[in-house]
Design a protein around this ligand. Structure first.
Ligand code: PBG
Length: 323
């Protein structure tokens, strides 16, 4: 035998020398849930180890992460039903929980990177990502609301705007609104290929944002489709996106790879709530080794082609020095 691939696996030093993929703190984005009030920290029951924080505790959490070398955060608000309406008006009200949270994080940690979620669902009395009329999700009317949200986020100090709504034309629309208001420096990380997935369940528990009727299949993508992700990714690139995101991550590694092979832009992947819940449940049962399972998941998402990973595991992997 001339070739014996095992020779390159014979010691830890050689295995590390030939390792092709690495995960580091710089690649990770930590999603954080925010709730109104003071001194609140409540665990999401379907996401052990993940909490909803009031702004005071959010700042403590961000500080701990910053000290661990974790500098990027994606914020999501849990909004009381009394603030919800058909047009998600609360999403661009100056004194809303979300805009206050962005301002506070950027004021206290100017060197952090704050990513903000643009979509109507946490604020919508219908629980949908767009304006609903006669059971239909209106596309172009929704763009106006998304533009107002994105502008409010930029004014509050957001570094990157992440539209997660899947309306057609939203990246171009938001880019124009930002540019028209001199926010040419604010980036857009587009949820380009966002699938109508079963794996968002725990997130909707965390935010109390489940659709009040129907499902999201008329705007989020069919899990059976791969080529269609290229249509979405190409459009987002043409419309001015700075990052293209695939979501969920683990069941869609082929889509991450496909988009990576077809763009020069950095690709992001969202290791979503249901993926986290699944791993944690198996670990709680003693069925998986925690460190090995979690680092294998993150490495695989990087190997498929993701530059950045949005993951609920971000803090624990650094706290435990697993990378
Ligand atoms: C909403 C949004 C969702 C997630 C991020 N933004 C859920 C949905 O589309 O219903 C899911 C994230 C996760 O499951 O971790 N626009």
């Amino acid at each position: 035998m001339l070739q014996r691939p095992r020779r390159n696996r014979k010691s830890e030093v050689i295995r590390q020398m030939v390792q092709e993929t690495h995960v580091s703190a710089a690649n990770l984005i930590f999603p954080l849930f925010i709730v109104d009030g003071v001194n609140q920290k409540t665990e999401v029951s379907s996401m052990p180890g993940i909490f909803r924080y009031s702004i005071d505790n959010l700042l403590r959490e961000v500080e701990e992460c910053m000290n661990l070398g974790l500098h990027s955060f994606d914020l999501f608000p849990n909004i009381d039903d009394s603030f919800k309406d058909k047009y998600a008006t609360e999403s661009h009200r100056e004194e809303s929980l979300y805009l206050r949270a962005i301002r506070e994080v950027k004021k206290n940690f100017p060197e952090s990177c704050v990513i903000t979620d643009v979509a109507m669902d946490p604020y919508s009395s219908d629980g949908h990502d767009g304006i609903v009329e006669n059971g239909e999700i209106l596309n172009d009317e929704t763009l106006e609301v998304l533009g107002k949200m994105a502008l409010a986020h930029a004014r509050s100090g957001a570094d990157i705007i992440a539209p997660s709504d899947m309306m057609d034309g939203r990246v171009g629309y938001i880019r124009k609104v930002l540019d028209d208001h001199q926010f040419t420096n604010v980036s857009i990380m587009s949820y380009s290929a966002k699938y109508a997935s079963a794996f968002y369940g725990p997130f909707r528990d965390a935010l109390n944002s489940a659709p009040k009727f129907g499902d999201k299949k008329s705007y989020q993508m069919n899990p059976a489709n791969q080529r269609e992700a290229l249509i979405e990714a190409n459009l987002d690139e043409l419309e001015g996106a700075d990052f293209l995101m695939v979501k969920p991550a683990l069941p869609y590694l082929d889509v991450i790879k496909l988009i990576k092979d077809n763009t020069e832009l950095p690709v992001a992947a969202y290791n979503v709530s249901g993926e986290y819940a699944m791993i944690k449940a198996a670990i709680q049962k003693g069925w998986l080794n925690e460190q090995r399972a979690i680092t294998e998941v993150l490495t695989s998402i990087r190997r498929a082609g993701a530059t950045a990973i949005l993951t609920y595991h971000a803090k624990e992997v650094l706290l435990n020095k697993w990378l």
